[in-house]
Design a protein around this ligand. Structure first.
Ligand code: KG4
Ligand code: ZN
Length: 351
């Protein structure tokens, strides 16, 4: 009989909870162990090379590869941490947002492990986990603060009131910023994932092409779909006129057009909420231009800017384990074996 309520209760208030974290929401199969305030292991198997030839993530292929890779990844994470499954206090797993088939693999595996070892299962919201990646390297970081999540699926400003309290403050109107990077990269013939390639090429380019910034900002909300269309139109116009264009300049100009209004939006909210700290998270938080611009805005407007190292910006299970430990410490987010993943989970936890 699987009954872990009492065990879970005993974790309340503890800072030394040992958690096995599992992440499979997109194309990274990952497992990590967090304990005593430290990451004890962090294993990520990226499927990027498999999906590259399709120009993006193919959901069914992602699910199948998670299925094949996860058992070994979990084993490796436990081994590297120097512990066995019986030594963990809880198992944390991403249950949304993400690709539903991919999430099902991680959640089913986590359930099987929780049942077999009789351990509490903690459900983890992927977007909240991205924010929690910041606690790994910034030991003094404590809520409240404002967070910017810039990933392939989300561009959100979040008010983090406590370790388990997340309120959405603002987001973009349509596409997420990472999605825009990937779509523009594809248009330019760059391989998947486009973000890091655009970042690399931008360094040799100039911000000289104006991609209609005013139309892009709808009130306070940014339309990345509009920006992508502006890049498409620019390239088509060049082709029609049989003019060449400089890819590096397109990359640098697109990056500035994507990041600058986002920085403006963040500064507005920092002032509105009288926040003194901005925490940046998600895959696009590893973008060098965005990092530089955010740091500069912090200096100019007097707020502290906190960002993870690039390795903790993109998908990983260390952030999942940390998020789960913070839930368990406050007796929150215990899941039953009937846990069902949700593709479109919001930052606050609603579908
Ligand atoms: O957070 P993440 O790993 O997965 C999601 O939860 O979506 O974010 C992936 C996104 C992709 O769109 C990828 O192109 C983008 O992050 N990305 C970058 C960079 N590194 C990753 N975008 C711009 N510059 C980068 N250096
Ligand atoms: Zn992510």
């Amino acid at each position: 009989m699987y009954n872990v309520t009492e065990q879970f209760e005993k974790l309340k208030g503890r800072d030394d909870i040992v958690v096995l974290g599992i992440e499979s929401s997109c194309d990274e199969t990952a497992a990590a162990v967090y304990g005593g305030g430290k990451i004890l292991s962090d294993v990520v198997a990226s499927q990027v090379d498999i999906h590259k030839r399709f120009g993006g993530v193919v959901p069914e292929i992602a699910s199948r590869n998670h299925m094949a890779a996860l058992p070994d990844i979990v084993d490796e994470a436990l081994k590297k941490a120097g512990i066995g499954l019986n030594d963990v206090d809880a198992i944390g797993v991403t249950y949304g947002a993400g690709l539903i088939g991919a999430l099902l693999v991680g959640v089913s595996s986590a359930k099987a492990l929780a049942y077999a070892a009789n351990k509490p299962l903690v459900k983890v919201n992927h977007i909240q986990a991205h924010i929690c990646a910041n606690y790994i390297e910034h030991k003094d970081l404590k809520p409240p603060f404002l967070a910017l999540v810039a990933s392939g699926g989300h561009t959100s400003i979040v008010e983090v009131k406590g370790y388990n309290e997340y309120n959405l403050v603002g987001s973009t109107t349509d596409d997420a910023i990472g999605e825009a990077f990937d779509k523009v990269a594809r248009l330019l013939g760059l391989s998947y994932p486009g973000g890091p390639n655009i970042d690399r090429l931008s360094k040799g380019g100039r911000n000289v092409i104006e991609f209609v910034r005013k139309k892009q900002v709808d009130g306070e909300r940014i339309s990345y779909s509009g920006l992508k269309t502006a890049v498409v139109n620019y390239i088509h116009n060049c082709e029609q006129r049989k003019e060449s264009y400089d890819i590096a300049d397109v990359c640098a100009s697109f990056t500035a057009a994507a990041v600058d209004p986002l920085v403006e939006m963040v500064v507005k909210d920092i002032k509105k909420f009288k926040a003194d700290k901005l925490v940046v998270a998600g895959g696009v938080a590893s973008n060098s231009y965005l990092r530089e611009k955010m740091r500069f805005a912090g200096k100019e407007h007097g707020f502290e800017v906190i960002m993870p190292s690039p390795v903790y910006c993109t998908d990983n299970a260390a952030m999942v384990a940390v998020r789960a430990a913070l839930s368990a410490r406050e007796g929150k987010n215990l899941a039953g074996l009937d846990l069902n993943p949700t593709g479109s989970l919001s930052i606050g936890g609603e579908e």
